[in-house]
Design a protein around this ligand. Structure first.
Ligand SMILES: *[C@@H]1O[C@H](CO)[C@@H](O)[C@H](O)[C@H]1NC(C)=O
Ligand SMILES: *[C@@H]1O[C@H](CO)[C@@H](O)[C@H](O)[C@H]1NC(C)=O
Length: 378
């Protein structure tokens, strides 16, 4: 009798586990987003370690649990990197919200949720929005780590002093370059560590992660400073500087608009050993389109309808969103409200105004009440 119930139990387990794996696997690779909570003081086990500038290796178990074994090892090997990762993730969130503030999907986040829940359930779908999120967070890690190196806040890296190609006739390399090599390498190891499966979703995630990094490295700019007597520029030193993260966000947003829909291959399984090798095999769904380039975003599922509330996908719908009556873009009332119409009210807004700077160092403002006409979707 006992044997029998054991057998039944085993069969039930066998049936349930693969299904759980399927659902859990969908927002995969994104659990590390939970690192955003590493910056919270409560997540540093001991505040007495504050004198140590690399204190952040001592993490709350909750933050620790958000990382895979390889990611934990990387964090241990590079003291100080956790702060850069948390900062990068926050930067990705604010950039995402900025880029999409006028769209139906406005990059809603749940910052108190764990790991992959950060951007909501949308990441369960391999749609355009998800491709943007993956590329942006991967870019943010690259950017933030490369900058942290040159700022000296990661123990194991410094400014990049290898940028010493041929100098010009009137200038030479010599400044502290943002360490893009280190940032790229770290992001590849850390962010891509979550992509272990050999399926379509994995290839697409890896491609988008790499696209994000490529948009950071290709926008590196040379900056120079003059050292000549009385401001003359007879002697200059130069270094390589990261692009602003806004520039990266702008470029990725352009790629979002032109993202490539790729073909899902048989059963989504990828044969062979090397995921990297197969990544080049992403084929456009439409055979007349050219294959996606390294900097393109790729996806293979339709975006959900963001118009109506859909609790299953965590979509609030556009009811109550502000819209712009005179715009013909996505923020216009027709498109934003999905044809449902909108209501118009005049609201009094209280804001700081007429600010003046007083020496030194204070800004004094007046409080103004102004009337503003506001349109919100029905
Ligand atoms: C509304 O859209 C118009 C036209 O695109 C633009 O000039 C205006 O600044 C927008 N207003 C707001 C409040 O964004
Ligand atoms: C703000 O400054 C302008 C110009 O100095 C003035 O005309 C206006 O009345 C001021 N507004 C308030 C609320 O003080």
């Amino acid at each position: 009798m006992k044997m029998r119930s054991f057998l039944v139990l085993s069969i039930v387990l066998v049936v349930i586990i693969p299904n759980m794996g399927k659902v859990k696997g969908r927002g995969r690779g994104s659990k590390w987003w939970g690192i955003i909570r590493a910056g919270e003081p409560s997540n540093l086990i001991s505040n007495s370690l504050k004198e140590n500038s690399f204190m952040n290796t001592y993490l709350d178990p909750a933050v620790h649990a958000t990382l895979r074994r390889k990611q934990r090892r990387l964090v241990r090997e590079h003291p100080g990197v956790v702060v850069a990762l948390a900062k990068g993730t926050r930067q990705a969130i604010s950039e995402c919200k900025h880029q999409f503030k006028n769209r139906r999907w406005n990059c809603l986040t749940k910052e108190n949720s764990q790991g992959r829940g950060l951007f909501g359930k949308i990441v369960d779908k391999a749609c355009r929005e998800t491709s943007f999120i993956y590329s942006l967070t991967s870019a943010a890690v690259t950017h933030s780590v490369a900058r942290a190196c040159s700022e000296g806040t990661i123990e194991s890296c410094t400014c990049d002093y290898t940028q010493r190609g041929p100098s010009g006739s009137d200038w030479e390399w010599g400044g502290c370059s943002d360490n893009i090599q280190f940032g790229m390498k770290f992001s590849r190891e850390f962010v891509d560590a979550g992509e272990k499966a050999r399926d379509m979703r994995c290839l697409v995630n890896l491609h988008n992660n790499e696209a994000g990094r490529a948009h950071v490295s290709s926008e590196m700019r040379q900056e120079c400073k003059c050292h000549g007597m009385s401001g003359s520029c007879t002697v200059r030193t130069c270094w390589m500087r990261l692009p602003s993260f806004r520039a990266v966000g702008d470029n990725l947003k352009d790629r979002f608009d032109g993202a490539s829909r790729v073909l899902v291959n048989n059963a989504g399984r990828i044969p062979g050993k090397s995921k990297k090798r197969f990544a080049s095999q992403l084929k456009p769904l439409n055979p007349d389109h050219k294959p996606p380039s390294r900097k393109d975003l790729v996806y293979y599922e339709n975006s959900p309808n963001f118009c109506e509330k859909n609790p299953k996908l965590g979509i609030p719908g556009t009811q109550g969103r502000y819209c712009n009556e005179s715009s013909i873009g996505m923020d216009g009332c027709d498109l934003m409200c999905c044809g449902r119409g909108y209501k118009t009210e005049v609201r009094e807004v209280i804001e700081r105004c007429n600010c003046t700077f007083h020496w030194c160092c204070e800004v004094k403002c007046k409080v103004c009440r102004t009337k503003r006409t506001i349109h919100t979707c029905l």
